[in-house]
Design a protein around this ligand. Structure first.
Ligand SMILES: [Zn+2]
Length: 413
């Protein structure tokens, strides 16, 4: 599934929250149930685990594990059949500080289908399957080659799919007796050229089958000068040839080489992910120094510009940890209400400015979600910017995490 910026942000925050939860011992249960898994089978396994947990030596751990399993079974009774993408359960006694634990239960339908059933019991929740879903779903073509062997594959998100393995009939450098050296070298070059052609054809078959807009680029790996010869010789379809991103040194040319290639290209791949965010931040910085004044920042100013419908692109920092809270007076005869932005370090609410009564928060939303929803209503594009690169970190530190590129100049900049 493709996430919207807001969904992606919310999913990230959810994972962040789950990641922060820990148990005292190995007592946090993560259950990944695919759509076609019988819930009754899962319940039987949990019942068995419950029996086995009786052998746990520590009394506290034993009690915690057993009550987590009981909660899990109770929860499953409410789910007759796993939904389309399956269901994930996180259950266990989480540490809440002060020598106390609290039974935590959460069930969610993931954005992508769960492939493998997993029962996992540890001191933290198992999150990698969900984290992989969050990863970019872009596809890259992979080729590793030398003169003897080549392997072609695809990188989809974080998954490497080998497609074809080829071997050559290129003779070694040592010629057999009786052959003239010149003739031998010529035959050898022809054989190499033919092998490159075969690799190119197989790669065309694999990569052209991928929707062109989904194929982000092609990575080539191998020793020098083989990989350069292959790139320079244009053995790929011209559309694909243009998508070659890099040629990198790898020592294996079998399936292991595909993994080595992806490893070697990590920086490059990460850069690509950030490119879009970098571009939009650069646009903002350019507007900031420009006379036209199409840049705006700070929550108040940006909100005002949004209310005017003047925001073209809204930039929100992923690192923003604020909430938009509706505050109401608790006194019976006072209708005082206001909406304020709060941080986790905001001081406690003061007295009601109207009657001096006690104020209380009656509704609270994450500020990033609040602004995303607002901007959708006013037709602006939302970009949630990570803090993993310089300009992204600057958005949070120098501009309060909220900025906008405007459609036209307003008095609020
Ligand atoms: Zn009041």
């Amino acid at each position: 599934m493709e996430f919207t910026a807001q969904e992606k942000y919310e999913f990230k925050r959810l994972l962040e929250d789950l990641r922060s939860k820990t148990g005292r011992g190995t007592e946090l249960i993560s259950l990944y149930i695919p759509h076609d898994k019988q819930i009754s089978d899962v319940t039987s396994q949990l019942r068995e685990e419950h029996g086995q947990a009786a052998n746990i030596k520590s009394k506290v751990t034993r009690t915690n594990v057993q009550s987590a399993l009981e909660s899990a079974m109770a929860r499953l009774r409410l789910i007759p059949k796993a939904p389309e993408n399956g269901v994930v359960l996180f259950i266990g006694a989480v540490d809440v500080g002060g020598n106390k634990t609290d039974m935590y239960t959460s069930a969610l339908e993931p954005p992508d289908p769960i492939v493998t059933y997993r029962y996992h019991c540890d001191s933290s929740f198992l999150l990698t399957p969900l984290e992989d879903m969050l990863a970019e779903k872009k596809t890259f073509g992979l080729i590793v080659l030398d003169r003897r062997e080549a392997t072609i594959g695809l990188l989809r998100g974080k998954r490497i799919e080998p497609f074809k393995h080829l071997t050559s009939s290129v003779p070694g450098k040592q010629r057999k007796g009786g052959q003239s050296s010149h003739r031998f070298q010529q035959l050898r070059l022809i054989a190499i050229h033919d092998f490159y052609k075969r690799i190119g054809e197989s790669a065309d078959n694999a990569f052209l089958a991928v929707d062109a807009k989904d194929l982000e680029g092609i990575l080539i790996g191998g020793p020098s000068p083989t990989k350069e010869e292959f790139v320079d010789g244009s053995f790929l379809h011209h559309e694909l040839q243009r998508k070659i991103l890099d040629a990198l040194d790898v020592s294996y040319t079998d399936e292991a080489g595909l993994y080595e290639l992806v490893e070697a290209a990590q920086d490059r791949l990460q850069d690509l992910e950030l490119t879009q965010e970098k571009q939009v931040m650069r646009r903002f910085m350019k507007e900031l120094v420009n006379d036209k004044g199409l840049a705006s920042y700070g929550e108040r100013e940006v909100r005002h510009n949004m209310s005017l419908g003047a925001v073209d692109t809204l930039l929100i920092s992923e690192g923003l940890r604020k909430t938009r809270s509706t505050v109401r007076c608790a006194s019976q005869n006072c209708a005082y209400e206001e909406v304020v932005t709060r941080t986790p370090t905001s001081p406690p609410l003061g007295p009601c400015p109207k009657c001096g009564g006690q104020l209380a928060i009656v509704h609270e939303v994450d500020l990033v979600s609040d602004l995303s929803t607002l901007s959708q209503e006013s037709g602006s594009v939302v970009k949630i910017i990570s803090t993993d690169f310089e300009e992204g970190a600057q958005l949070l530190q120098a501009f309060g995490g909220i900025a906008a590129i405007l459609r036209y100049k307003t008095s609020h900049i």
